[in-house]
Design a binder for this molecule. Structure first.
Ligand SMILES: C[S@@+](CC[C@H](N)C(=O)[O-])C[C@H]1O[C@@H](n2cnc3c(N)ncnc32)[C@H](O)[C@@H]1O
Length: 295
């Protein structure tokens, strides 16, 4: 059971809410998934799924307000992030440009542009089926000893072994939980966990401006972080805030070494790269075919 002073969620717009409740430079990590400005409140028409377990009242933002809306909440995020603090924003492709424009208007810096690939998509007839999200990883520049956290070793003892885990194309697991009440567009906690673990430490404070089903909150608390969240939809707020109290905190995972099969796969890749490098080098230094030299 979680102690109530480890988390705080506000049933209000995050823009006013952050101004009211969140101090400058006080947040270590933001993981958030804003409404996409694509009439998300009407999306069930496209998804053809059983909506009876989906909490009503999802709030989207009209397209003609989306640019200003993005700038307003992202500027607040810039203010509340500590120097060296990290921010991940999940976005679809339709209004991605507004979010990127807003980010570029701040003093935040880009770290990675991640593609989250899922194994299904909304069915379309005369074009490719869209099956990815963008995850924008930005950070407030370091100041003095306030450095950006990136725990490359949280999973594997040798940092090199986390190479595949840190590729900028990530699988988006599907959180198929039949019968459970959920938010529209609810993300998988397994997916969020990775970003929480790489970019924050136990005891840090994690913020989600657009809480929805409070998946970020549960993930943060499970791994010993504090949580601050906002959700404008009262139905979602009422349905999901009680789930935070049920979260069982877990001890840090013990970094491991990949199993023998995985290690052999990686060694094969490394050998291949080494061979390519040698070939390139040999090609530069002689006119003789490089393959002959190496074989
Ligand atoms: C894409 S969903 C977030 C889903 C969430 N990541 C999850 O896993 O459940 C966006 C959420 O933002 C909420 N929202 C929209 N405008 C808001 C605002 N100004 N402040 C706070 N929440 C807002 C919506 O009601 C919706 O629940």
């Amino acid at each position: 059971m979680q102690s109530k002073n480890l988390y705080q969620v506000y049933n209000q717009s995050c823009i006013e809410g952050m101004r009211e409740h969140v101090a400058d430079n006080s947040i270590d990590l933001i993981f958030t998934d804003p409404p996409y400005g694509i009439k998300g409140d009407e999306l069930d028409v496209h998804y053809h799924r059983d909506e009876s377990k989906v909490v009503p009242g999802y709030v989207d933002v009209p397209l003609n307000e989306y640019a200003k809306f993005s700038l307003d909440w992202i500027r607040e995020c810039e203010r509340v992030l500590r120097p060296g603090g990290s921010m991940y924003i999940v976005s679809g492709y339709t209004n991605l440009h507004h979010i990127l424009n807003a980010l570029h208007a701040t003093g935040l810096e880009e770290i990675n542009h991640i593609i989250a690939k899922y194994s299904f998509g909304v069915s379309t007839k005369n074009k490719f089926v869209s099956s990815h999200y963008h995850v924008l990883f930005w950070s407030k520049p370091d100041r003095g000893s306030k450095k950006r956290t990136f725990n490359s070793n949280y999973k594997y003892t040798d940092q090199k072994d986390s190479y595949h885990d840190r590729l900028s194309v990530q699988d988006m697991p599907r959180d198929y939980k039949p019968g459970q009440v959920k938010n529209k567009n609810q993300l998988s906690e397994d997916f969020i966990e990775k970003f929480v673990m790489y970019s924050s430490n136990r005891g840090d404070t994690v913020l989600d401006c657009f809480g929805g089903g409070l998946t970020t909150g549960r993930t943060a608390l499970r791994w010993g972080r504090k949580f601050v969240g906002f959700e404008l939809n009262t139905h979602a707020y009422d349905a999901f805030v009680p789930t935070l109290a049920e979260v069982e905190e877990l001890p840090d995972p013990v970094p491991s070494t990949p199993d023998a099969v995985e290690l052999a796969k990686r060694q094969k890749l490394r050998d291949g790269w080494k061979r390519d490098r040698l070939l390139k080098k040999a090609n530069k230094s002689t006119t003789q075919p490089a393959v002959d030299q190496i074989q």
